[in-house]
Design a binder for this molecule. Structure first.
Ligand code: F6P
Length: 551
C-alpha cells in the first residue's frame, strides 16, 4: 500500500488556503453575478437531482478541490477499492461492498474467490427463503405462517435494516411486521417481544462476527422466551429453534455452535464492513418485508451510484464533489458537524444510520500507515426529519455561531396525497423544505427587519445572517432504488473524505477498548471487593453508588 499523501503538502491545498483567505460567502452576490450558477452547480446521479448552488462552491474552489482529489490519489484508491485490493490495511482486507450490488453477469475474482458468483449464490438463497416466508410456505413449529420477523443485531447489523424497513414501509407486505432488537438494555428485548405470538415469530440473529455481546445475549433471551412461551402452550418440540431462528453472519461455525442449522444460515464475507452491510444478507429482514423484487431494486439503486462514482467525470461526480466540499467545510471553515435533514418522515432513522457510516469510518486520528493525521477529520453527522427539526434545533443553524453545513433531502411525490381543505399537504411540507435552504442562504437584513416596524432594540435578534451552506437532494419519490442510491451516495462521500485524509475508513478499533473494559468490570459490578478496589476512584464510586441503590 502506498504511503498516504499529506493533503496539506499538495499544491491544491495551498491554492485552497489562498482561496479561503479571500473567501467571502455571498449567495445573493454570486447568483446575481452568475445567472448560470444553478445550472453550473446542479448535478444528476441516477435519479438524484443534487443542487449544490447554495454550497460554498465557486468555480475556482471546485477546481482546486478536484485537483486535491487528484493529488491525494482519491481516484486510484477508489479503483483499488472496486478491484478488491486490501485497502483496509489494519485488518488486511478488501473493501467490496460495491460487489454486493453488481449484476450476476459481472465478473470479479479477488484473493481466488469468485466474488460476484458467491454474492449471487447467497442472494438467491435469501430470496428463496424470503419468498417462502412471504407465501406462508415456511411455517413455525405449530404450522402457522410467519407474521413477525424480529431482527437481533447491533450497529451495522441493525441500523441499516431498521432504517430501510422504516423508509420502505409502503412496500412492506400486509400482515408482516418487522421488529428490531439491538440494545443489551434488557428493556429492548423485553419491550420488543411484548405482544408477539411465538407461533408466528421468526428471529433473525444478525452478526458479522457472531461474537457481539449484545446480540448473543439478546439471541439467548429470545431463544429462552420462545421455548418458554411454546411450552406454556403445551408445545415442546425439538425442531422449534430450527423453525423460528435463522442467522446471518460471516462466522458460520459460531452460528452452528449457537444451535442454528447451517441450512438456516446466510453468509457474507469479511470484505463487507458492518456499516456497509445492509445490502448483504444482513438485509434479510428487509428482503422478507418488501420482497425480492423490491430488494433487487434497492440493490440496483446502489449500483447506479457505484457506476456513477466509478466513471462520471470528476467535475460532475456527485459523491466526489460532496465529499470534497465536506473537506472544504471541515478543514478550512472549521465545521465540526454536518446536519442531514430529510423532508420525509419515512427517513427518520436515516441520520442515525449515517452516524455509524460516517463516524465509525472517518473518526480516526492516524492515517493508514499509522502516522498522525495532518488535519482535522471526521465531523459529527446528525439530524432529524423536517419539519420536526425546524421546531427544535434549526434556530442554531440559522442564528448560532457555528457553521453547520446541511443536506436537505426531499421527494416530489408523497405516499399519502392528502389535502387540507384547499391545500395539498405535501406542498405545505415541501414549502418548508424550499424555504429553509432559501432562508439559510439569503437570510434577512436589519433593514428588512426594520421595515416590518420592529423596535430598534430587538432588530439584531431578528436578523438572519444568511450565507449558510446547504445541499438540496431531490428525487421523484422514495422508492427502494432511490433509497439504495441515497445510501451509496453517502458511502462514497465518506470514502472520498477518508481518502483525502489518508485514513483507513474501514476499520473501527476505537470501539474495542470500551467493550473489553465492560467485560473486565463484570466482577467488580457483581460485588467482588478486590476487583472493585482495583478501579480508578471515579469508576469505583459509580459502581459503589450502583451497588447501594440496586434492589
Ligand atoms: O462495535 C462496532 C461494531 O463492530 C460495528 O462495526 C458493527 O457493525 C457492530 O459492532 C456489530 O458487529 P457484529 O455484526 O459483528 O455483531
Amino acid at each position: 500500500m502506498e504511503k498516504p499523501i499529506d493533503p496539506t503538502s499538495t499544491a491544491a491545498w495551498s491554492k485552497l488556503v489562498e482561496l479561503f483567505s479571500n473567501f467571502d460567502a455571498d449567495f445573493a452576490g454570486w447568483f446575481s453575478a452568475d445567472p448560470k450558477r444553478v445550472e453550473t452547480f446542479t448535478y444528476t446521479a441516477g435519479s438524484l437531482h443534487v443542487d449544490l448552488s447554495k454550497s460554498y462552491l465557486t468555480p475556482e474552489v471546485r477546481d482546486a478541490l478536484l485537483q486535491l482529489a487528484e493529488e491525494t490519489q482519491v481516484f486510484d484508491r477508489r479503483d483499488a477499492m472496486y478491484a478488491g485490493e486490501h485497502i483496509n490495511v489494519t485488518e488486511d482486507r478488501a473493501v467490496l461492498h460495491t460487489a454486493l450490488r453488481r449484476p450476476a453477469d459481472d465478473e470479479l475474482t479477488v484473493d481466488g474467490q469468485d466474488v460476484v458468483g458467491d454474492v449471487h449464490e447467497v442472494k438467491n438463497r435469501m430470496y428463496d427463503f424470503a419468498r417462502r416466508v412471504r407465501s406462508g410456505e415456511w411455517r413455525g413449529v405449530t404450522g402457522k405462517p410467519i407474521r413477525t420477523v424480529i431482527n437481533i443485531g447491533i450497529g451495522g447489523s441493525d441500523l441499516g435494516p431498521v432504517m430501510a424497513y422504516e423508509a420502505l414501509k409502503p412496500y412492506v407486505k400486509d400482515g408482516l411486521e418487522c421488529r428490531y432488537i439491538s440494545n443489551i438494555d434488557p428493556t429492548d428485548v423485553g419491550e420488543k417481544l411484548r405482544g408477539v405470538d411465538p407461533e408466528t415469530a421468526l428471529f433473525i440473529v444478525a452478526s458479522k462476527t457472531f461474537t457481539t455481546l449484545e446480540t448473543l445475549t439478546n439471541a439467548r433471551q429470545a431463544r429462552a422466551w420462545l421455548l418458554q412461551q411454546l411450552a406454556a402452550r403445551g408445545v415442546e418440540d425439538a425442531t422449534a429453534v430450527a423453525k423460528h431462528f435463522v442467522a446471518v453472519s460471516t462466522n458460520l461455525e459460531k452460528v452452528a455452535e449457537f444451535g442454528i442449522e447451517p441450512e438456516n444460515a446466510f453468509g457474507f464475507w469479511d470484505w463487507v464492513g458492518g456499516r456497509y452491510s445492509v445490502d448483504s444478507a444482513v438485509g434479510l429482514s428487509l428482503a422478507i418485508a418488501i420482497g425480492p423484487d423490491n430488494f433487487d431494486d434497492f440493490l440496483h439503486g446502489f449500483h447506479l451510484i457505484d457506476q456513477h462514482f466509478a466513471s462520471a467525470d470528476p467535475a460532475e461526480n456527485v459523491p466526489l464533489l460532496m465529499g470534497l466540499l465536506n473537506i472544504w467545510y471541515v478543514n478550512f471553515f472549521g465545521a465540526k458537524t454536518h446536519a442531514v435533514l430529510p423532508y420525509s418522515q419515512y427517513l427518520h432513522r436515516f441520520p442515525a444510520y449515517l452516524q455509524q457510516l460516517t463516524m465509525e469510518s472517518n473518526g480516526k486520528r492516524v492515517r493508514w500507515d499509522g502516522t498522525p493525521v495532518t488535519t482535522a477529520t471526521g465531523e459529527v453527522f446528525w439530524g432529524e426529519p423536517g419539519t420536526n427539526g425546524q421546531h427544535a434545533f434549526y434556530q442554531l443553524i440559522h442564528q448560532g455561531t457555528q457553521l453547520i453545513p446541511a443536506d436537505f433531502i426531499a421527494f416530489a411525490n408523497p405516499t399519502y396525497a392528502l389535502r387540507d381543505g384547499e391545500a395539498d399537504q405535501h406542498e405545505l411540507f415541501l414549502g418548508n423544505f424550499f424555504a429553509q435552504t432559501k432562508a439559510l442562504a439569503f437570510g434577512k437584513t436589519a433593514d428588512e427587519v426594520r421595515a416590518e416596524g420592529t423596535p430598534e432594540e430587538i432588530v439584531s435578534a431578528r436578523v438572519f445572517p444568511g450565507n449558510k451552506p446547504t445541499a438540496s437532494i431531490m428525487a421523484p419519490a422514495l422508492t427502494p432504488s432511490v433509497l439504495g442510491q441515497l445510501i451509496a451516495l453517502y458511502e462514497h462521500i465518506t470514502f472520498t473524505q477518508g481518502a483525502v485524509w489518508g485514513i483507513d475508513s474501514f476499520d473501527q478499533w476505537g470501539v474495542e477498548l470500551g467493550k473489553q473494559m465492560a467485560k473486565d468490570l463484570g466482577p467488580a459490578i457483581a460485588g467482588d471487593e478486590a476487583a472493585l478496589a482495583e478501579q480508578d476512584p471515579s469508576t469505583k464510586a459509580l459502581i459503589t453508588y450502583y451497588r447501594k441503590h440496586r434492589q
